[in-house]
Design a protein around this ligand. Structure first.
Ligand SMILES: [Zn+2]
Length: 106
């Protein structure tokens, strides 16, 4: 998503939708996009301590990224509570038949 930056130029904000509102310019040592791209690893404890500290410092000062983190956390929680998908036996059989068929490109 592209949107005007404070200086009037267009800027890329990563693969995530922009959140309404804006954070103070002092927060942008790590960009919002950089922070949001790492939040899943942050929640999983998969970041090096220095990197996690950078994220925490950004989150302390950035309401938008805290809101994004809260939404991400709720989404992950919902996904964890969903039942595992079931595959009907007939669908499994069709998949096996398709895999056994010779490929037309060979
Ligand atoms: Zn931010």
């Amino acid at each position: 998503m592209t949107e005007p930056a404070r200086d009037g130029q267009m800027t890329q904000r990563g693969p995530y939708p922009a959140i309404r509102g804006s954070a103070p310019a002092s927060v942008v040592a790590l960009s919002h996009g950089d922070v949001r791209a790492r939040l899943s690893d942050y929640l999983d404890g998969g970041l090096a301590e220095g990197e996690a500290q950078d994220i925490r410092e950004h989150l302390d000062r950035c309401h938008d990224c805290r809101a994004f983190l809260a939404t991400l956390g709720r989404t992950i929680e919902l996904l964890r509570t969903m039942p595992a998908p079931t595959v009907l036996p007939a669908a499994k059989e069709r998949a096996r038949e398709g895999a056994a068929r010779p490929c037309m490109l060979d």
